[in-house]
Design a protein around this ligand. Structure first.
Ligand SMILES: Cc1cc2nc3c(=O)[nH]c(=O)nc-3n(C[C@H](O)[C@H](O)[C@H](O)COP(=O)(O)O)c2cc1C
Length: 212
């Protein structure tokens, strides 16, 4: 009986949490997981995901690994000139959320299932979590959309690489699958996410249990 109750409670907790505008995440489990060398050995891209929900603890650990604070004012991933211009969004069944690292919480920015917009590959529709990495070029120190070019976006691409690798390793440590995706429709995402003119979606990254 206990075996049945625990998974039900976890799913109930996630569903209850997702009906709220702000989801306070549990503390990241910074002592758990497999060794770094084992995680590197397990890291790989997966493109077949089961629809099984992630737990709130999984989401907490993944967000923190991607872009959480590991010091008062600095993060788990480096950023060029410490501009910290990256923003982490989550496409969940219940809506689009923005990770608020200082509160370690998720803020709902739009209600509804928009997962199919998070990338141009079929699996994004059903996978439980799709991250979208957004560069906020105003935070990067630019004042006008005219200044957004391939060149000025280069550091944000590099920054995303570090965040995405943190997610890959955390997923590997938890036995989850993941894929970083450049194949997104940035204009569609910009529209759906109701971003401003200084925010640029750069990549998606799917995380979920691997379909058996
Ligand atoms: C910048 C970048 C963009 C990528 N974009 C996609 C993508 O849009 N779709 C996809 O299925 N895989 C994508 N990948 C994943 C690569 O195909 C994958 O990493 C590669 O095949 C090596 O496999 P591995 O990650 O298992 O080592 C991307 C990887 C990188 C680094």
């Amino acid at each position: 009986m206990k075996k049945l109750i625990l998974p039900l409670l976890i799913i109930f907790n996630l569903q209850t949490a997702c009906s709220q505008e702000v989801i306070t995440l549990p503390e990241p489990d910074i002592t758990g997981g497999i060794s770094l060398m084992q995680a590197l050995n397990e890291r790989q891209t997966s493109r077949e995901f089961s629809q099984k929900d992630l737990t709130l603890q999984d989401i907490s650990d993944l967000c923190w690994a991607a872009w959480g604070y590991n010091r008062d004012d600095k993060r788990t991933a480096p950023s060029s000139q410490n501009k910290q211009e990256m923003e982490l969004y989550l496409f969940l069944k219940e809506g689009i959320y923005k990770y608020n690292a200082s509160e370690h919480s998720l803020i709902k920015t739009k209600k509804g299932d928009y997962r199919s917009h998070s990338g141009l590959q079929d699996f994004v529709e059903d996978a439980p979590l799709n991250f979208v990495y957004v560069s906020n070029m105003e935070s990067a120190g630019y004042e006008s959309p005219d200044e957004i070019t391939c060149e000025t976006l280069t550091p944000s691409h590099a920054n995303t690489g570090f965040m995405a690798q943190n997610v890959y390793l955390t997923a590997a440590s938890k036995g989850l699958g993941s894929v970083i995706r450049g194949w997104i429709d940035a204009d569609d995402l910009h529209n759906i996410m109701e971003l401003d003119e200084m925010q640029v979606p750069l990549y998606g990254q799917t995380v979920g249990y691997i379909k058996q």
